[in-house]
Design a protein. Structure first.
Length: 340
């Protein structure tokens, strides 16, 4: 395909490696290269796999560490920026804001992840909920993994019947696999209400009133989030399930069939053969979808490591105006990622 969007990924960690894989799967995009500062486990795994992406160092002073590991380096960040249309910055929180000054000087668009403060971007972005606001913008910021997941679900209902208000309870994994420095054991750590994710939902969907509670628990795979939604029109459980089932980024699962936990969904993805046991879809537990008066209650699982990949790809489409219609854009992203 001619005139593919040229994309670079800065930071090849938990999120960055998944963004790189997601870009490669888009038939109208080209991954020009990835950037990192050291030969981490993720970098070593990439090159030991025999399927490397072109690697660039952040600065030339980072080269010796890679050369000592016999990992080839294509150049530095400046070299990569001269070849791309947009950067996906997946560096740790706070680093992206510093990197933005480099991108601005080179007049390169960039998309930042949820760990950055909102001020880093022109638009706080979600592919389904506010795609049009990102059109042509230079700097977008994604919502966090759990916010990305429940905005999908709330937006799905909102488009069907309208949503006035949501109350959200997040049971949050305390760390990604391997993040031993977090170290919470035998504890459920409670944050004050409202949590920032509920506030973030209102930034994406300002017509919805939201509040929420967040509890950190000592697990590493997935967030469990319960949502109490007040619809503008009455909706039955069956109607809600039909809306969820028709959404390409939502998978309705049944506890009775073994989908009874975050761990069960991780195992399912692994046994299915998904790379890194990743899932792009959030899961709605069917047996938890019930009515409380006119309010709809349901519970979802959010696979935190991969869930933001589709929305980040949507962000590329919006920022570069590859598609001006949000429905067309998300449909292409879904198609190339193999989502229903």
């Amino acid at each position: 395909m001619k005139n593919k969007a040229r994309v670079g990924v800065v930071g090849y960690g938990v999120i960055g490696q998944r963004l790189a894989d997601g870009v490669v799967r888009q038939e109208d995009m080209e991954l020009v290269g990835i950037v990192d500062i050291a030969p981490t486990l993720s970098i070593r795994a990439l090159f030991d796999s025999g399927a490397p992406y072109p690697l660039y160092v952040f600065q030339d002073q980072n080269r010796p560490a890679f050369e000592a590991e016999k990992i080839p380096v294509a150049g530095n960040l400046d070299d990569l920026l001269s070849q791309v249309d947009i950067i996906l910055d997946a560096t740790p929180g706070g680093i992206g804001a510093k990197n933005k000054e480099i991108y601005k000087a080179k007049k390169i668009k960039a998309i930042f992840q949820g760990g950055e403060k909102n001020e880093v971007a022109d638009v706080f972005f979600h592919g389904y909920a506010n795609y049009e606001k990102g059109l042509g913008k230079d700097y977008l910021k994604l919502t966090s993994c759990n916010t990305t997941g429940f905005v999908r679900a709330v937006d799905c209902l909102d488009k069907a019947v309208g949503v006035e208000r949501v109350v959200i309870t997040i049971i949050r994994r305390v760390a990604d696999p391997g993040d031993s420095h977090r170290g919470l054991v035998d504890v459920a750590l409670v944050e004050k209400v409202p949590n920032h994710q509920a506030k973030d939902l209102m930034l994406i969907m300002p017509h919805v009133e939201a509040t929420g509670l967040l509890v950190h628990v000592p697990t590493t795979h997935g967030h469990i989030i319960s949502i109490l939604a007040t619809p503008k029109k009455k909706i039955t459980v069956d109607e809600a399930l039909r809306q969820f089932e028709s959404h390409p980024r939502i998978k309705v699962v049944e506890i009775a069939k073994g989908f009874n936990s975050n761990a069960a969904l991780f195992r399912y993805a692994r046994d299915k053969g998904n790379k890194r046991a990743d899932m792009y879809e959030i899961a709605v537990f069917k047996e938890t979808v019930v009515l409380s008066g006119d309010n709809l209650f349901f519970t979802i699982n959010v696979p935190q490591e991969a869930v933001v990949t589709p929305e980040t790809i949507d962000g590329i489409r919006a920022a570069l105006s590859l598609q001006t219609d949000g429905r067309e854009a998300v449909a292409l992203t879904n198609k190339y990622l193999g989502m229903k």
